[in-house]
Design a protein around this ligand. Structure first.
Ligand code: GDP
Ligand code: MG
Length: 393
């Protein structure tokens, strides 16, 4: 027995990505089968995974199976989607944030369009680590496996992942699922599990980057000044730090003159803390919900961004007509919303149910960082969901 119970084990979110029919679901089933032997993991059959229940994420219907398993080091939640569209929606809407992705590629096909598309989206949504499983190794000669490995390492580099150090494992999910104990069968699954245990990093709170505090609320304390309220997203905020209040075209310089956590004045607070910050020389009239308080000089506001957007189908509550350039609606992100114009990067239109690259022009300059998600609404209904790729000048 290689594994025991999940008590005290660190939790990690993963998922299988890759081209249709390359073996993502077979691999997912094989992992649970092999780990089920010691009782800490429940075997989930191929059929059970493939008829994944519908779930609603921010008004979008996504078919996704959420499977749990336990390795010697960790407890995993694993997402496998039945169809390509579900992967796109799942990643763009941030419905399940992956700490690492298992990219499945069939040795007899090599990389295919959805291999590339899922890698691109994984990069855009902030997945940092990818482990490659070259599947269907039972169908090809060894030299083909070597070629596919080379090709996949290059592909990882092309998309900004680490082609040199990412683990690449060859095997056969089908053989493993059918109880084959050879190198390509079960052993390949153990190799994969060892690789994800070692290579995927469990996120910890970021205490080292400059602090950011998205503002939920603000009020005036008589005789002292304006206090802004929010949960520190990252970093450490300290009394007397130079700071900036950004958003809605405003860039207000200030100093943190006091910090309060649970109504007590403290010299500093950390990422994850809900706090009030007394901001020197700032009038309550110039602060609004949705602004960002951050370390001076660490963030910039802008109104031109490149993003990836998925437009919901009519059945998902979306539009019935396609979107063309110069489309203007309200964009919602974090705790704010502003009017926004959407222009297509290429092509004439995006149909409901399609996704694509777009340029966003916000009516007010805001802070939007790479990987930040947003929705587009018409008459209080979500019609699109998107993710920021980069800020443009
Ligand atoms: P998905 O669309 O990526 O989830 O792919 P599936 O897991 O549904 O697999 C697609 C087809 O490939 C099925 O018929 C599987 O039985 C077959 N398959 C999966 N893994 C292997 C493998 O290692 N070897 C062979 N020969 N076939 C496989
Ligand atoms: Mg599948």
């Amino acid at each position: 027995v290689r594994h025991s119970s999940n008590k005290g084990k660190l939790h990690c979110n993963v998922g299988t990505i890759g081209h249709v029919d390359h073996g993502k679901t077979t691999l997912t089933a094989a992992i649970t089968k092999i780990l089920s032997r010691d009782g800490a993991t429940r075997f989930v059959s191929y059929d059970e995974i493939d008829k994944a229940p519908e779930e609603r994420a921010r008004g979008i219907t996504i078919n996704a199976a959420h499977i749990e398993y336990v390795t010697k080091n960790r407890h995993y939640a694993h997402t496998d989607c039945p169809g390509h569209a579900d992967y796109i929606k799942n990643m763009i809407s941030g419905a399940s944030q992956m700490d690492g992705a298992i990219l499945v590629v069939a040795a007899n096909d090599g990389q295919m369009p959805q291999t590339r598309e899922h890698l691109l989206l994984a990069k855009q949504v902030g997945v940092e680590k990818v482990v490659v499983f070259i599947n269907k190794a039972d169908l090809v000669e060894n030299d083909v496996l070597e070629l596919v490995e080379l090709e996949m390492r290059e592909l990882l580099d092309d998309f900004g992942f680490n082609g040199l150090h990412s683990p690449v494992i060859c095997g056969s999910a089908l053989l493993a699922l059918n109880g084959d104990t050879s190198e390509l069968g079960e052993n390949s699954i153990w190799n994969l599990l060892d690789a994800i245990d070692r290579y995927f990093v469990i996120p910890t709170r970021d205490y080292t980057s400059p602090f950011v505090l998205p503002i939920d609320n603000a009020f005036t304390v008589l005789g002292r000044g304006t206090v802004v309220i929010g949960t520190l997203g990252r970093g450490i905020i300290k009394r007397n730090m130079e700071a900036e209040l950004l958003g809605f075209d405003e860039e207000i310089k200030t100093t943190i003159s006091d910090i309060q956590v649970f109504k007590k004045s403290v010299p500093e607070a950390k990422a994850g803390d809900n706090l009030g910050a007394l901001v020197r020389g700032v009038r309550i009239q110039s602060v609004q919900r949705g602004m960002l308080l951050c370390a001076a000089g660490s963030q910039a506001i802008g109104n031109h961004f490149e993003a990836n957007v998925y437009f919901l189908t009519k059945a998902e509550g979306g539009r019935s007509k396609p979107v063309t350039s110069k489309y203007i609606q309200q964009l919602f992100s974090r705790t704010w919303n502003v009017p926004c114009r959407v222009d297509l990067v290429s092509g004439e239109m995006l149909m409901p149910g399609e996704h694509g690259s777009v340029y966003l022009t916000l009516l007010r300059r805001m802070v939007m960082i790479e990987g930040q998600t947003f929705t587009i609404r018409e008459n209080h209904k979500t019609v699109g969901t998107g993710i920021i790729v980069k800020m443009l000048k």
